[in-house]
Design a protein around this ligand. Structure first.
Ligand code: SME
Length: 137
C-alpha cells in the first residue's frame, strides 16, 4: 500500500476488495475498540448501513469475539441467541479478531446472505488479512 493513503482509506479499500472478490461476502466491515472503553466502534465498511455503530463487549457475535479473542463462525445466525441483527437478509456471519502486540484491538466482521458459506479457506484468507491490517494500524 502507498503510504500517502490514510489508514482509514486502506481499510476501506480492503472492505471493497473482499466484498468485490467473494460473492458471498455481502457486508464487510471493521470494528475497533473504542478508546479504553469496553465497547467496539464501527470503522470502515462496505454494505448496508447498520444501527450497530457501538457494540458493548459481550453483546452479539462481535462483542463475544472482543472477549473470547477467537474467530467466531456462525453458519446460521438464527440459531444464535446472542446475536445483533443488522439486516434481515443476513444468514451467516464470521468475525475474526485483529491482534496488535498480542492485544485484541478489533475485528473484521463479514455477513453473508448465503447460509453456511464459510470454510477453512475463508478463515485462512481472513487471518492473513487481519495480520496484514495489524501491521498498518
Ligand atoms: N451481527 C453482529 C453485529 C454487527 S452487524 O452484523 C454489521 C453481531 O451480532 O455482533
Amino acid at each position: 500500500f502507498d503510504s500517502a493513503i490514510s489508514t482509514e482509506d486502506k481499510l476501506q479499500k480492503i472492505c471493497q476488495l473482499l466484498s468485490d472478490e467473494v460473492d458471498y461476502y455481502n457486508w464487510v466491515g471493521f470494528y475497533f475498540r473504542n478508546g479504553d472503553k469496553n465497547e467496539l466502534k464501527l470503522g470502515p465498511y462496505v454494505g448496508a448501513a447498520t444501527d450497530h455503530t457501538i457494540i458493548p463487549y459481550g453483546k452479539g457475535i462481535c462483542g463475544q469475539v472482543a472477549e473470547s479473542n477467537q474467530t467466531f463462525v456462525v453458519p446460521d445466525v438464527y440459531a444464535q441467541d446472542n446475536y445483533l441483527a443488522c439486516s434481515i437478509e443476513t444468514k451467516a456471519e464470521i468475525v475474526i479478531p485483529i491482534f496488535k502486540n498480542g492485544v485484541n484491538i478489533g475485528q473484521i466482521d463479514i455477513d453473508s446472505h448465503t447460509i453456511d458459506p464459510f470454510t477453512e479457506e475463508d478463515i485462512k484468507l481472513l487471518d492473513y488479512v487481519c495480520n496484514r491490517v495489524s501491521e498498518i494500524i
